[in-house]
Structures are given as C-alpha cells and as structure tokens.
Design a protein around this ligand. Structure first.
Ligand code: FAD
Length: 477
C-alpha cells in the first residue's frame, strides 16, 4: 500500500469504466476505493447497454414471430402473437437488477471499498465526497476520474419524461406510443426505432446532418436505411433540425431546414424520443482545484496515456477514462481505458488502440464496425501515399444465413493495397455484433488480408462472410 495515503487508487464513478479499472487494480494488488453518487453500474448497466439489449431481445422476438410469411417459408406456422408491455419492461428491469447486484457483490468480494456520495477533486491526490453523513476526505496515490455522460438535449426542446423523453426514460417502456418521432439517427435512435417498430409504433426519424446514420460507412448506411427504416415504414428526414419541441397531447415538433433555416413543418405526434448524443458529467468535479479546464463541450482533456492535462502538461497522478474523455463513447472502450491506466500506473505504459475497438448497433439485423470507414481510409491513404482496396460479400451467398432465411446484409472490408493491412470492417446482417470480433482482433494485430485469407473458418457459419471477403482480396491482387 502507498505510504501516507488512504488508498493506492481512488476511482470517481462506478460505471463500466470505473468498474473495469477497479477489477484490474485489485488484481494487481492495489488498495482501491470507488466513489459512486447514484446506482452502481452507471449508464451501461442502469440506463444503457443492458436494458436496451433486453428490450431489443424481447421486441425482436415479437417482430420475428409476426413475420408469418417469412416463417411459413421455413414451414413454420404461428398464430396471433401478442405481447405484454409491462412484461417486456420487467424483463429489462430484472436484468438490470441482476447485473447490478452481481457487479456490486463482485467488487465487495474482491475487497474494493464502495463509497456512496458525490466525489470531487480537492487537491493533488485528494478527493472529497459529499455523503449523507457529511463531507469526507480521502487521499490516494492515484485518482481516476470516470464520471461518464448524460443525454444531451439541444436548446428549444422541453422534456417532461412522459411524452418527450431521452433514452433514460424510454428504457422504462412506460408506453408504446402509436406515433413517435425519434430525433437523431445514431445508434441509440436506431435501436429504439427497432424496438418501437417491432411493437407496432409508427415512427418519424429526424436527422440534422444531411445524411442519415452519419457515423456509419456510406455503403452500410445505405443498406441500413433500406432494411431498417424504409422497409418498416419509418418516415425519415435528413438535413432538418427539431428546433422546438413542446410536450403534451399532442407533442408539437417544429422542424427547421438546416440550410435555409426556415421552419418546414410542424409535426403533431404522440411522443418524442430525443437521441441527440451525450455530454460528459464534469461540471461539478471541481477540476479547477488542480488547474484543469474541460474543453468547450465539457470533456476532460487527456493525453495518450489518459493522464489529465492542465496547461499542456499532465497533472501528476490524475487520470480520466470513459465517456467523459469523449474518445469513444462505448462501454468496452471505457473499460479498456481503465485497464490501460492501471497498467501505466504499475509501470507498464499502455495506450488504448482505438482503431481496433469495435462498435455495434443491436438492431435486427445488427450493424457492426471496427477501424476506418472507406472515406476515412482514402483520406489516410492520400496523406500517407497508399491505395485503398475494398471487398464485399453478401449474406445471401452464405449457407448459414440462407438456412436461417436471414439473408439481408453485407460485410465490407477495407485494406491497404500495398501491405494488405486490414484498416476497417463494416457488417450489416444477422449476428453482425458477434462477427466483428475476429476483425477487431485482426486490426489489433495489424494483420494483412493476405494472411487472414488463409485462416480456416467453420462451415457452415456466418463467419464465412468475412472468410470470403478476405479471400476476394487474393483474386484482386
Ligand atoms: P457511466 O456508465 O456513465 O458511469 C459514470 C458513473 O459515474 C455514473 O454512475 C455516475 O453516477 C457516476 N458519477 C458521475 N460523477 C460522479 C461524481 N462526481 N461522484 C460520484 N459518482 C459520479 N455502449 C456499448 O458499448 N454497447 C452498447 O450496447 C451500448 N448501448 C447503449 C445504449 C444506451 C441507450 C446508452 C445511453 C448508452 C449505451 N452505450 C453502449 C454507451 C455506454 O453506456 C457508455 O459508453 C458507458 O456507460 C460509459 O461508461 P463510463 O464508465 O464512462 O460512464
């Protein structure tokens, strides 16, 4: 244990990032405490990954069983399919409770001190915690800030939590509105569009940028629009801002053209989900005490080792991880950052390799990607002087997808033509979120498609969509 300190490591925030850091720290023998102001598990467990995947799983079954034509093509006949909204909501809630208590118990069992209250930086290597019993002070050799993020609500939008809400309230599934507008076509908006459309809502999706799903590779976004939105009667607007949203019955939504700045339409709908991104929870961390200023949007400035930066220099013994760093707002990225910081603290300097961190939208079918999009790869190629190759394979040519009668989708790989290095992989199709992992591992090892083409994949599996794509690059060579 560090001499003269209460702890070797104190972590502010018990989300996935803080949790990942704490687990690795105790495994390394560090005397560790974690401070949490609300529920253990943060966004992912309570208001993010976990409940959303439970809703997607249940509503996905409803969709599948209602696709009677499709099932009949496989010789399966089903009667009328009904669901119970409260039962689906309870499935999500029960899952959250189970995972949260498993996580809390495992931290306690491993000897991590859980301190309930609002943590603030008091001075170098010191924190204060506002607890129900009053303010408490602790010191630690190292401090990790992992305060996470909350939904961003643009100006002009009023929430009432019932008719106009963010994902925090949508996850409770208190209603299935007949007509809902979803503001934002990022993965959160898309996942909720999947849930609501499966449960029978009509949907209008509004995106401020000129293209829907702006973060996806353009080829994937095109297919996702056809499969996930157009074929489900989801009405879409791009290049349009929701400038004013007033809760009530009906909810009034004023839409303004992004170019002309003129109001183009006023929608009257039953409900509105605002999914316009997330902002860090950094304003009451008292970072001024150590001279740290957050950036314009509130993210904590860090260097490659996730040391917090003040006036261009790292603040000794102060680190930040997770959504609050704005690097990659994903649970597994937060956790990887936590592990990397503990490694660096232990004298084994470690960076996070963001290029190899995969991401997924758990829609039906799923979308996943890792590494660069084609436009990003081309831009890099231009600056570094290499040509970019691509190869595509189709789920409709994959035996397992055909057996499942789930043939919508493609896998697209992007690589350097000179060295063969795999730069990016993008998949839309059944189980895409699971399929992406082998590509992520390949990118982490900077492998060439020419080596990957000789790996042997089980037949018949969906993995063969990637096998096939790697092999196509040999034909092109
Ligand atoms: P958080 O999980 O936000 O945790 C931060 C914690 O710190 C919170 O518990 C907060 O109460 C606490 N805290 C903040 N300030 C203080 C303070 N001063 N003192 C004490 N405690 C404090 N990611 C995925 O990878 N896969 C998914 O499928 C996925 N789905 C998502 C679905 C939705 C609807 C949403 C909203 C997010 C989803 N995410 C998903 C993103 C993921 O939830 C976040 O990236 C992840 O939770 C970030 O972890 P974190 O540890 O940085 O912060």
């Amino acid at each position: 244990m560090s001499q003269g300190f209460d702890y070797d490591l104190i972590i502010i925030g018990a989300g996935v990032g803080g949790h990942g850091a704490a687990l690795h720290a105790v495994a390394q023998g560090l005397n560790t405490a974690i401070i949490e102001a609300a529920e253990m598990g943060g966004t992912c467990i309570n208001r993010g990954c976990i409940p959303s995947k439970a809703l997607l799983a249940a509503s996905g079954r409803v969709r599948e069983l209602r696709q009677t034509q499709h099932l009949r093509s496989m010789g399966v006949h089903v009667g009328e399919v009904q669901y119970d909204r409260q039962g689906i909501a309870a499935h999500a809630d029960n899952l959250v409770n189970t995972i949260r208590s498993n996580m809390t118990n495992s931290l306690k069992r491993l000897g991590v001190d859980l301190i309930q209250g609002w943590g603030k930086v008091a001075a170098a290597q010191k924190v204060t915690v506002e607890t129900p019993e009053g303010e408490k002070n602790y010191s630690a050799e190292n401090i990790i800030l992992a305060p996470g993020s909350v939904p961003f609500v643009p100006p002009g939008i009023d929430l009432d939590g019932k008719t106009v809400f963010t994902s925090d309230d949508a996850l409770k599934l208190e209603t299935v509105p007949p007509w809902i507008t979803i503001i934002g076509s990022g993965y959160i908006g898309l996942e909720f569009a999947d849930v609501y459309s499966a449960l029978g809502s009509e949907i209008t999706m509004v995106e401020a940028l000129d293209k829907l799903m702006p973060t996806f590779d353009p080829d994937i976004a095109k297919i996702a629009k056809r499969v996930l939105l157009d074929s489900r009667d989801v009405e879409t607007y791009a290049g349009v801002f929701a400038t004013k949203i007033t809760p009530g019955t009906p909810v009034m939504i004023e839409l303004t053209d992004a170019q002309s700045k003129e109001v183009v339409e006023v929608l009257e709908v039953d409900a509105c989900l605002v999914a316009t991104g997330r902002i860090p929870v950094t304003n009451k961390l008292n970072l001024e005490a150590v001279g740290v200023e957050t950036d314009r949007r509130g993210f904590i400035p860090v260097n490659d080792y996730l040391q917090v930066i003040a006036d261009g220099e790292p603040v000794p013994h102060l680190w930040a991880i997770g959504d609050a760093t704005g690097k990659m707002m994903l649970a597994h990225a937060a956790s990887a950052q936590g592990v990397a910081v503990v490694e660096t603290i232990q004298g084994r300097d470690r960076h996070v390799d963001y290029r190899s961190i995969p991401a997924a939208a758990f829609t039906h079918p799923e979308i996943s990607f890792v590494g660069l999009t084609e436009p990003q790869a081309k831009e890099l190629g231009e600056s570094e002087g290499f040509e970019v190759g691509t190869a595509r394979t189709y789920f409709k040519a994959n035996s397992k997808a055909l057996a499942e009668a789930e043939t919508d989708g493609i896998a697209k790989i992007i690589y350097r033509k000179d060295t063969g290095e795999l730069l990016g992989v993008h998949i839309i199709g059944i189980h895409a979120a699971d399929l992406i992992q082998e590509a992520a591992n390949a990118i982490a090892n900077r492998q060439s498609v020419r080596e990957l083409a000789f790996n042997v994949h089980t037949h018949p599996t969906l993995c063969e969509v990637l096998d096939e794509a790697y092999k196509r690059t040999l034909e092109a060579a």
